[in-house]
Design a protein around this ligand. Structure first.
Ligand code: ADP
Ligand code: X15
Length: 398
């Protein structure tokens, strides 16, 4: 188990400025937070520190603005949801460094909570630039990292700050690592992984290592489209990263040597518009019309996915099988989630799922509480599963 300092090692923090890295990259629709799980998970750390009289300064990212100020990626829109979950007022500063941050911090009283604007509005965040890290560090006396779900990123606020000030793990960071170790430290075989979702380019590389750890890799969502296209099948207008075809082919070739079964959809539900109740049809995987996009894997594929879940002793899942936020493209994700929940409740399966949207999908299916463990993390948890050292955890162990 990781050896790092936790909140238990913090004494006399009344009046201290504590920079707390949290993950508020929550699913949103029409300007409203649709799943508050990530906020709920960081609430204990925030409230404990505020209760001890610290000035709690929250650092977080939202979306991928790539160093630009993008209005609809402002964290300001998240403030009402954070206040509601915490049942505590949360002030907001329009920048995470500079005058705006300094003024807002100067106005804080002991026990106050302040959220700073999206760290990714600055290029220095993702580059972990020393000047940007120093500008962030000016705002605090102590750094607490409670963003396990962003711990696979060596960014200024997730890693850099640990070089500048005393670093502590928050309650969620601690709990996530303990739970994953307990559930997946020595997983019972067969281990089946389901990987879907939309973050194809940032997740495809980790599949190279994952196929060495699991007995079957079931691929859905936008990730599946990329693999199907790599096999030379036309995926029409589906979400697909064609330039990753070589990577996808290399993974399929390596899987043959490691004995990991790669399970791709055999049919899909296609539509011409990305909206709820769009006219749709189910087609064989090699019959996707050129002007349509696959928004869900089809019923034959769901049967295959559920057969694999039935064979598994351990299931790890990140990324929905389809665009579950819009009906009826939630069908495959809901069916697989319900079946995995049933198997878990019957004592036949250890099921661990994670990721901002995956948690939201399990909530949508009504089974979030029926999995063995639900992590806030998607990419981070898969990288942990690969056996990689996560930079945001390693810095705490120093
Ligand atoms: N076939 C598809 N086409 C377009 N989007 C998809 C498809 N399948 C899944 N998605 C989208 O993937 C998103 C979740 O992906 P991702 O961010 O990788 O998951 P997580 O947040 O759980 O790690 C969802 O918003 C979902 O709508
Ligand atoms: O939502 C997140 O990860 P996830 O989609 O893997 O669950 C984290 O906030 C990390 O975001 P990033 O993948 O843009 O670095």
């Amino acid at each position: 188990m990781a050896a790092f300092k936790t909140l238990d090692d913090l004494n006399d923090i009344a009046g201290k400025r504590v920079l707390v890295r949290v993950d508020l990259n929550v699913p949103m629709s029409d300007g409203k937070v649709t799943d508050t799980t990530r906020i709920e998970r960081v609430a204990p750390t925030i409230l404990e520190l505020a209760g001890d009289g610290a000035k709690v300064i929250l650092l977080a990212h939202f979306g991928r603005p790539k160093g630009e100020v993008v209005a609809d990626m402002s964290l300001k829109q998240i403030v009402p949801a954070v206040e509601e979950v915490l049942d505590h007022a949360v002030a907001f500063a329009d920048d995470c460094i500079g005058d705006a941050a300094a003024k807002a911090i100067a106005a804080m009283h002991d026990g106050d909570i302040l959220l700073l604007e999206n760290t990714r509005f600055h290029k220095g965040e993702e580059k972990n630039e020393p000047n940007f890290v120093a500008a962030l560090a000016k705002n605090g006396d102590i750094w607490v990292n409670d963003a396990f779900s962003a711990a696979h990123r060596a960014h200024a606020s997730t890693e850099g700050l640990g070089h500048h000030m005393p670093a502590y793990a928050g309650r969620t960071m601690q709990a996530e690592l303990e739970a994953l170790e307990k559930g997946l430290g020595e997983p019972k075989r067969p281990v089946v992984a389901i990987v879907g979702g939309a973050k194809v380019s940032t997740k495809i590389d980790l599949l190279q290592n994952l196929i060495e750890k699991v007995d079957a890799l079931v691929i859905g969502g936008g990730m599946a489209n990329t693999f199907i296209a790599a096999k030379g099948i036309d995926v029409g207008k589906s979400l697909c990263e064609h330039d990753l075809a070589d990577t996808a082919r290399a993974i399929m070739a390596k899987a043959e040597t490691t004995g990991c079964s790669i399970v791709l959809p055999v049919d899909g539900v296609v539509a011409r518009e990305f909206k709820a109740n769009a006219a749709n049809e189910t087609v064989a995987i090699d019959a996707i019309p050129a002007d349509a996009m696959m928004l869900d894997v089809g019923p034959q594929s769901v049967k295959v996915v559920n057969e694999w879940i039935g064979k598994a002793e351990t299931l790890v899942w990140n990324g929905p099988l389809g665009a579950f936020e819009i009906q009826p493209f939630d069908a495959a994700t809901v069916s697989a989630a319900k079946f995995a929940a049933e198997q878990t409740k019957a004592g036949k399966l250890t099921s661990v799922a994670g990721g901002g949207d995956t948690v939201s999908a399990l909530n949508h299916a009504g089974v979030k509480d029926d999995f063995t463990y639900v992590s806030t993390a998607g990419g981070a948890f898969l990288e942990w599963m690969e056996g990689k050292v996560l930079p945001g955890v390693a810095i705490l162990e120093k």
